[in-house]
Design a protein. Structure first.
Ligand code: PGA
Length: 279
């Protein structure tokens, strides 16, 4: 019997945004919005089945730790979310003379639960190659961090009918042949079409579902992984308005959200939308 991923992941990728002040405001608004929402009936298992993850800038990791602890005590709803934090990037090297880099080990020691690897902005602006990304995944695996591995095609590639081929290559080059049990335990994929990131132009739920189904098949047929059981998130201009329809798709197990995750009230709405996955 095929066991589908049982959790829904709402991951906020804050990129190079959010001041310390903004982060405090985020938690206040998050708590208020959850309190307001609790007046309606929420599915009893929403909090157990929905993961709330945030990736701030490196220097704000400790503030996330402090704020999550404080707000989890003062707001029962924030407490129920059991929010986790992680990093947007990590080094492909274990340690040594790599000025400005941050190791997977330092992230694990800082309480990170996960790291995002292969975001299209890292691939495009920082020229991260498939080989480097593979090493980053291995470093993160060694530290027992979860890895959100991003894949996705550009507009040009989609228009040329090459979207599936691009995604297949990205997966083959960076993931194929890695330790299978670590892949099953620690890998989460994020399909993020480059043309949908930060553009306000999201993939339709049907386009996203179609690609997610392809990804599962590639994982099973080409990478010898249990594609059906692995979480695949969608990312690219997800908002509180379009998240419900995206999450309703069978093969979408959550969302990786940039712009719309910056405000606490919006993040709460994204999180609560995971109720469409229940029942
Ligand atoms: P966006 O970013 O939601 O602002 O489009 C998504 C991402 O880059 O992960």
């Amino acid at each position: 019997m095929i066991t589908r991923p049982s959790k829904t992941y709402i991951v906020g990728n804050w990129k190079m945004n959010q001041s310390k002040f903004d982060i405090d405001a985020f938690f206040k608004a998050l708590s208020q919005e959850l309190l307001a929402a609790s007046k309606e009936t929420l599915p009893p298992n929403l909090f157990e089945t929905t993961e709330a993850w945030i990736a701030p800038q490196f220097v704000h990791l400790h503030q996330l730790y402090v704020d999550i602890s404080l707000w989890s005590t003062s707001s029962p709803f924030v407490g129920q979310m059991k929010m986790k934090y992680g990093a947007q990037n990590s080094s492909h090297k274990e340690k040594g003379a790599f000025t400005g880099d941050v190791s997977a080990r330092a992230l694990a020691e800082s309480g990170c639960h996960f790291v995002i690897v292969g975001h299209s902005e890292r691939r495009a602006f920082f020229k991260e190659s498939p080989e480097i990304l593979r090493e980053k995944v291995e470093m993160a695996f060694a530290q027992n961090l979860k890895v959100i591995f991003c894949i996705g095609e550009t507009l040009e590639e989609r228009e040329q009918g090459k979207a599936v081929e691009v995604v297949l290559n990205q997966l083959t080059q960076s993931i194929k042949g890695l330790d299978q049990s670590k892949c099953h335990e620690q890998l989460i994929f994020a399909y993020e079409p480059v043309w949908a990131i930060g553009t306000g132009r999201t993939a339709t739920p049907e386009q996203a579902q179609e690609m997610h189904a392809h990804i599962r098949k590639i994982l099973s047929d080409e990478l010898a992984l249990e594609g059906a059981t692995m979480p695949i998130l969608y990312g690219g201009s997800v908002t509180p308005d379009n998240v419900h329809e995206l999450l309703r798709q069978q093969d979408i197990n959550g969302a990786l959200v940039g712009g719309a995750s910056l405000k606490g009230a919006d993040y709460a709405k994204l999180y609560l939308a995971a109720k469409v996955k229940i029942g």
